[in-house]
Structure formats: C-alpha cells, structure tokens
Write a protein that binds this ligand. Structure first.
Ligand code: ARG
Length: 437
C-alpha cells in the first residue's frame, strides 16, 4: 500500500497532516479496475479523485453527479472540475423521483428536529443511481466523499452494502480534515471554489439547502446573512398563497396545477422572497454527535405547514394523535436513509389510509420570514358549522345544548372520587397520630 498523501510542504502545517492511514479491509482488497465516485464537484469529492487512483490503486475514476435539483451552477462546476481532472463523468437525472419523494414526505409531515430532511431524502436516491451507473459502466467499486463523522456515509452505504461492489470512503478512511483537503487541492492545482461555497460545506437540492462548517460550527456564532441564498427578508408586503392537495400531496399553487419539480421550485421562490424557511438548530446525528446546522427550505416549510393545516380539518382527534407518532417514526427512518424497509412500508400503509381525505385547499400568509395558515377548505372537513357556531342553539340531529349538562355533571367525576379518598386517608392518619401522640 502506498503511504498516505504527502502533505504539500509549504501550504500545510504540521497539524493538518492527516494521521497515517490505517490499512482497511476495503483498501487492501482494492484490485484496480474502475470506481464509480459520487461526485458533486465540491472539495471532498474533488480531492477523492487523485486519492482513489494514487492511494487505492484504481485504474479509472468514473464521476457520477445525480441531479436532485441542485442549482445549475453546481453542474457547471462539476463539469469544469472533471474536465480539469480528466475523468469520465456521468450526470443522471433523478429530479422527478426526488421531487416525488419530497412531496410524499409531506404526507408524513416529515421533519427531524425541525429540519425537513432534504439531504436525507436525497441520499438513497443518489446512492441507487450511482450503483446503476457502476453496473452499466463495468465498475468494481463505489466511492463517496463523506467524512466519518456525518450521516451521509451511513445513508450511502445502506444502499451500497446490499451489492457486490467494493465500497470505499477515502475522506473517512484517510482521516482527512477540510483544512488538509484545501491545502492538498491547492498543492495539486485541483479546481475548488473560493468564497462562501468554498468556506462552508453546502448541500443543496430541491427540498433544502444546508450550510455547515467553518465558524458556523460554533453554536455561539451568529451566522452572517451571506450564508443564505434562497431566503431574503427585504420587508415585503405580506402575500397569500393557495395550495391545493390531493390525497395529502400538493398538486397546485394558486389554482395552477404543476408537476412536482415545478411546484417545489415555484413555492421555494415565492416563500424565499419573504425569508420563510430558515432553520438554525442543534442536531443529533446518527453517530451521537451534536452539531450546529443551518438550513433554508422555503417550499418545505410552506407545504408542510399547509398540509398540517388541512389534516387539522379532515382527520379525527384519534387519527391526528396517533399519526403524530407514525409521522415521527417515518421522519426518523428517513433521517437514517432507511426508507426502503418493511417498517416504513407498514408506516406508509397507515399514512396512506389517512391521506385519502387530505384533499382540499389551504391558504397561507407569507409575512416577515413566517408562514401561517389563514384559510382551509375540504369536502372531507370534519366540521359542522351548526355544531360549532355560537349563533345556533342546537348542535345537530336531536342533540341540544342542554344535553351537555349531563356530560358536565359527569366530567371529572372519577377525580372528585379520588380526591375525596385522599382527603379521608389524610384525616384518618391525622386521627391516629393524635391518638398515638
Ligand atoms: N445534517 C443534515 C443531514 O444529515 C445535512 C447534512 C448536509 N451536508 C452538508 N455537507 N452540508 O441530513
């Protein structure tokens, strides 16, 4: 095995040299051949290209970029980088499949600790697309540029370890830091971005944009406004947006039917202009690390808010209460990247049966960075104007207001009995103490 990458002498300080590589099983078994690399054009995956050839001994790297709705500039950047590196590059579109999955996550009101799961929902789709390219392109191995601290390594490998490909993770296996990677890239003249894109680790797709790293890692640091790209808060006039849902899935905006990709893009733009959908959280990662995360996700916030408002109208109390537990379990499995599992199928059976009635429209108000429902309508509304109205003396059928008197008499009856028993016990103890004393 070759030694770990030499530190570029004049750019890397002693501390930034990665620890000596520990020969891993995967690395030992690397037998040349072609390796399909999950390639975004960012720092981690760019650095992986020479490492896979030099450190692992693969003959050829096949870069695969999967389109899950990341900004167009990212593809141009990936293209430029692969051209400079001289590696084969495939771009696979999974936009529709991903948009579909995002909208389905709305059925489960899916968030994990306040984050609508953009990265997490994308990873299994990306991993499967790369596996398929590797199959078609005669690769022997699959590689990703994830670190050994995050969630993505687990999400990728949950899919990849169900194949016969070798699985390699250079950044994790070589114990590399971002600082080391930057110096290595500079030393090798690898094309990497400067500015905010270079400073932070950013993951953007249709559903969310995540910004990590650098000074943001310190939970006490207030982020500069320039970390945000999708959201601004220029003090606009409030705006109303009407969302139409069919079976719990958003299908139209202000009455115009849109396909899933266009719908998400439209709402991202409209809500982003009001600064809607910024999240700054402490997140508990799968490995137990607690990390500070910043996200922007305007469309997700609007669609999740509207969907929940519609469920409030059409589902019964018991359905809503139990569904919260199902939703939470679904979101947790999605966070883990384990959506293709029998458990999730079972959860979805419940979700599916509740969503048949989540059909109707919700109007939300976008205002000063916030989004709140202001009107909802559905043919399945569990709502009787007559029953709830202050202006009607009767409730419905032959039920009158007076009928509630009996209910009111019983209400809390058992607690009254229990309180009485407690009081009696107390008196008895007091009498015994007085007698003994
Ligand atoms: N913490 C989030 C997750 O695990 C987002 C990670 C995004 N990655 C990044 N390099 N910004 O899903």
């Amino acid at each position: 095995m070759t030694p770990p990458p030499e530190s570029p002498a004049d750019t890397v300080t002693e501390q930034t040299v990665p620890p000596t590589r520990q020969a891993t099983e995967t690395a030992e078994s690397s037998s040349g051949g072609r390796v399909a690399l999950a390639f975004s054009g960012g720092l981690d995956t760019t650095v992986c290209v020479p490492l896979l050839e030099e450190e692992y001994g693969y003959d050829e790297v096949v870069g695969v970029t999967v389109d899950v709705g990341q900004p167009a500039a990212e593809f141009a950047e990936a293209r430029e980088t692969v051209d400079a590196l001289g590696v084969e590059h495939h771009v696979v579109s999974a936009r529709e499949a991903f948009a579909d999955r995002c909208l389905r996550s709305v059925q489960a009101n899916a968030t994990y600790q306040g984050y609508p799961l953009g990265t997490a929902l994308a990873r299994p789709i990306i991993a499967a697309a790369i596996r398929d390219v590797a199959d078609a392109e005669d690769c022997v191995a699959l590689a990703h540029g994830c670190t050994g601290k995050g969630n993505d390594q687990l999400r990728f490998e949950a899919v990849w370890r169900d194949t016969n490909f070798e699985v390699v993770a250079p950044i994790r296996e070589l114990g590399l830091t971002r600082e080391w990677e930057n110096a290595f890239a500079a030393d090798r003249g690898l094309p990497v971005e400067g500015g905010a894109e270079g400073r932070y680790s950013i993951d953007a797709n249709l559903w969310s944009r995540s910004i990590e790293g650098s000074e943001l890692e310190d939970p006490a640091t207030i982020p500069e406004d320039d970390i945000y790209e999708w959201t601004t808060s220029p003090g606009r006039e409030p705006e109303l947006v009407e969302l139409t849902f069919e079976d719990g899935v958003p299908v139209a905006v202000d009455g115009e039917t849109l396909d899933p990709v266009a719908l998400i893009e439209t709402v991202n733009e409209r809500a982003g202009a009001h600064g809607v959908g910024r999240t700054d959280v402490m997140e508990d990662r799968m490995l137990g690390l607690k990390v500070r995360e910043n996200y922007e996700h305007p469309a997700a916030t609007v669609l999740l808010t509207a969907h929940e408002a519609l469920e409030q109208l059409v589902l019964t109390y018991e359905e809503r209460a139990f569904k919260q537990q199902v939703d939470q379990q679904w979101a947790h499995k999605a966070y883990q990247g384990l959506v293709d599992t029998p458990f999730v199928d079972a959860l979805e059976a419940f979700l599916g049966s509740t969503q048949e009635r989540v059909t109707g429209t919700v109007t939300v108000k976008l205002e000063g960075g916030g989004c709140r429902p202001v009107a909802r309508e559905s043919g399945y509304a569990v709502f009787s104007e007559r029953a709830a109205s202050f202006d009607e003396s009767t409730v419905g059928g032959d039920i009158t207001q007076q009928d509630a008197t009996g209910v009111a008499k019983y209400h809390g009856f058992q607690s009254r009995l229990a309180n009485e028993a407690i009081e009696q016990g107390r008196e008895q103890r007091q009498e015994t103490e007085d007698y003994d004393g």
